[in-house]
Design a protein around this ligand. Structure first.
Ligand SMILES: *[C@@H]1O[C@H](CO)[C@@H](O)[C@H](O)[C@H]1NC(C)=O
Length: 198
C-alpha cells in the first residue's frame, strides 16, 4: 500500500496549479474569468487584478479595481461594498501560495523522512483550503450580485470558469490536508515505514 503522502502531494500540486490559473485571469489572460458580460459594445471579463474587454482594452493590474462593463454604463456595478470586495480577490493567489508551501513541506518531509514536516504540509494545505473557501464564498456573493444587477438591466452576464477552478482547488486542498495527516499519523508514516520508532 503506497504512502498517502503521494496523493497528498498530487492534491496540493493540483490546487496550486488551479489557483495559479484563477489568479492569472484578466487583465493578464482573458480566457479565464469570474464573470462574462456581453453587450453589443463588447464582452467584458473580470479577473483577480482587473478586467478586459475581449479583443480590446484591459484595465491596469491592481489589487482592487473599479467595476464597470462595456455597454453597461447605466448599471451601478462599482458600488462601495462591491468595490471593496474586489480587494479581497488577492486571497486567490494567497491560497495558491499556501498550496505551494504545503507542496514544499510535503517534498521536504519525504526527502528527510520527518513527520513534523508532513504535519506542516497538512497545516498549510488546511490554511489554503480555509482561505480558498472564504474567497470562494466572496466570489459567489460578488459575482452573483453583479450578475443579478446586470440581468435586471437585461444585460447578459454569466459566471466564468475561474469560480470552478477555485472550488476545485478548495476540494483538492481539503483532500491534501486529510491524506497528509494520514501520512503523518497513519501506519504508513514515513519514519515507521523506514523502521524508525517514534
Ligand atoms: C468605484 O468605487 C469606489 C468606492 O466607492 C470609488 O472610490 C471609485 O472612485 C469608483 N471608481 C469609479 C471609476 O467609479
Amino acid at each position: 500500500m503506497p504512502n498517502p503522502i503521494f496523493p497528498a502531494l498530487l492534491f496540493s500540486f493540483a490546487a496550486m496549479v488551479l489557483l495559479l490559473f484563477a489568479s492569472v485571469s484578466p487583465p493578464v489572460w482573458d480566457k479565464i474569468s469570474f464573470l462574462d458580460v456581453r453587450t453589443p459594445a463588447g464582452e467584458t471579463v473580470f479577473g483577480v487584478f482587473g478586467m478586459c474587454i475581449k479583443h480590446g482594452q484591459c484595465s491596469h493590474r491592481s489589487v482592487g479595481y473599479a467595476l464597470s462593463a462595456a455597454g453597461a454604463a447605466n448599471v451601478n456595478l462599482n458600488s462601495t461594498v462591491l468595490h471593496n470586495l474586489t480587494y479581497t480577490l488577492i486571497l486567490h493567489p494567497i491560497a495558491g501560495f499556501l498550496a505551494f508551501l504545503s507542496l514544499v513541506f510535503g517534498l521536504l518531509g519525504i526527502a528527510i523522512a520527518n513527520r513534523i514536516l508532513t504535519i506542516l504540509m497538512s497545516v498549510f494545505a488546511f490554511l489554503g483550503a480555509f482561505i480558498g473557501l472564504v474567497v470562494f464564498v466572496i466570489d459567489m456573493v460578488l459575482w452573483n450580485v453583479l450578475k443579478n444587477r446586470l440581468h435586471d438591466a437585461d444585460i447578459s452576464a454569466k459566471l466564468g470558469n475561474a469560480n470552478w477552478l477555485t472550488v476545485a482547488a478548495v476540494f483538492a486542498l481539503f483532500l491534501s490536508t486529510c491524506t497528509a495527516m494520514l501520512g503523518a499519523f497513519g501506519r504508513f508514516a514515513t519514519g515507521r515505514a523506514a523502521g524508525e520508532k517514534y
